[in-house]
Design a protein around this ligand. Structure first.
Ligand code: 9YT
Length: 144
């Protein structure tokens, strides 16, 4: 069994600060659960274009307010405490925060903790031997 506290992650290399968000990685690939689990703070007033071409992600908002926009369809959804969105189609999306937001995020396959967003807003796929997979499918160096 694995038991961890957010307090033990803050200030370690499992707390990743992108400037616009801070992701606290509670469970990563090395936990061998088949997913990773993150407690992410989105700073207020930021716009985050993302496109996880190599991963599925579910995001459950547990605090704050913002808006999710599909860059595939133009649809928009208010995001607030109690709302979950699942990027089941590797959807191109933009998250816009109004206030600071707190999100619980699950990634499949799990992140290793070494990924950083590329120019398309994707995380690369890190293989079992530690190699980074070829660039994201369709990556053309733009997030939109
Ligand atoms: C929705 C969101 O939080 N995206 C950016 C960060 C990502 N969730 C992560 O690495 O934890």
């Amino acid at each position: 069994m694995i038991v961890k506290s957010l307090k033990d992650i803050i200030g370690t290399d499992r707390e990743v600060d992108d400037g616009k968000w801070v992701s606290r990685r509670l469970l990563l690939k090395d936990a061998r659960m088949g997913f990773s689990l993150h407690d992410t703070i989105i700073r207020a007033g930021v716009e985050l274009p993302m496109h996880y071409q190599n991963h599925l992600e579910a995001v459950y908002c547990v605090g704050g307010k913002g808006k999710l926009v599909s860059r595939d369809t133009g649809e928009e959804w208010p995001i607030e405490e109690g709302v979950v969105y699942a990027l089941d189609q590797h959807d191109r999306h933009t998250l816009i925060s109004e206030t600071e937001m707190r999100m619980v995020c699950v990634f499949n396959p799990p992140l290793t903790g070494r990924e950083t967003h590329d120019a398309t807003g994707a995380y690369p796929l890190i293989l079992d031997d530690g190699a980074v997979s070829a660039p994201s499918p369709g990556a053309a160096g733009r997030a939109d």
